[in-house]
Ligand binder design. Sequence first.
Ligand code: IFM
Length: 451
Amino acid sequence: MTTPVPPLTKSQFPDSFVWGVATSAFQIEGAALQDGKGPSIWDSFCRQPGAIADNSNGDIACEHYARWSSDLDMIADLGVDAYRFSISWPRVRPTGAGAWNDKGLDFYERLVDRLVEKGIKPYLTLNHWDLPDALQANGGWAHRDTVHRFVEYAEGIQARMGDRLASIATHNEPWVVAVLGHESGVFAPGIKSRATAAQVSHHLLLSHGLAVQALRAQRSQASLGIVLNLSPMHPATDSDADKAKTQLEDGKLLRWYMDPLFKASYPQDVLDHLGEDAPKMEAGDLKNIAVPIDFLGVNYYSRSVISADNSWKAGSTGLEVTDMNWEVYPEGLTELLVRMHRDYAVPPLYVTENGGAFKDAMQDGRVHDQDRTSYIQNHIAAVGEAIRQGVRMKGYMVWSLMDNFEWASGYEKRFGIVHVDYATQVRTLKDSARWYRDFLGQPQSQRTAAR
Ligand code: IFM
């Protein structure tokens, strides 16, 4: 395992750089139907036989709904500047339309107030995938009406607590919602239709643009943006077939989202590829999507290696792989950030998620997760390298604060820097959390001037 050279210090980053940890509502809260919360598409999807590897669900998860206060103490003890979390839409508006649920709104308002009290910036994500089930019954993200329900949701949250939020991201990883949720169907709502997936991606982007405009009209003080999951794509070989497939996959993952957001157009090669499955749009949609935003969040875990016949296997190049079977490839993060900066007129960037699932062992009350610690160190160093190459970076957030419900993998994959014993709900700082706390705790006096 390599460690970054020279040794990593916080002083290598601008003083204003924001360090954080991230979670999402469905993955940690539990309390699936408590205090008036409505069911989400993930509550229903978990009930489909075989949908989740360990047949689990989000009913209990990390019991964060009950334990939020001590969880915030733990976050504060890490010394982070920011906490990235999401609101469960059906907790605050159970059917996605109609009546709002005050108990749900109170929960998030208390959370935000306590963060502010502790000097931790609240970074909110509105949609981290748990769409109200009632909206799915009406067609979900494939139905244009959901776009307008999302805008109302954004407005309701802004009206209630927007004055205390540092940042609002409209969506987390729209590619995942569209493709894994509606094309391969391995995520909620489990639909398998390429045309539906394409329509969903368009509606997600449109709802982003319209929500940003609505929040600006409400004079939101929070910085507004969106979070994408991105990877550099590398052909497995120099063959023309591998290179052509790589170009198309790059179009489907990166340019399909970046082009409309920053160039008000969809990439022609992907439109050609989709043919009749391309999304139906209305006049003005692309202009509405490409509204100026204050930040772009990038979630990075690994590169993608593409072979025309899908024969490439992670680990075949000798690189370490995580428990998700994703290559550990920190240089890909620098490559990606530099490319975004070069190819698009991007606002300041954050790494809004980065981290690794590894098999952890609890020994005498400690988790010596050197693999995860090195992973995080090397990726932070990769962000530093992007800054040196001229990229405007604003922050870095570890995924995740604590072990949690890893979607279709259930509780089998652990991404946390804090270990969760699901039987007792005891939280234990892993060595990676201890390292991050020490790294963040570097006294201000040892920090150099902003670069
Ligand atoms: O756990 C997820 C998160 O919800 C979204 N980004 C990727 C993470 C790891 O798979």
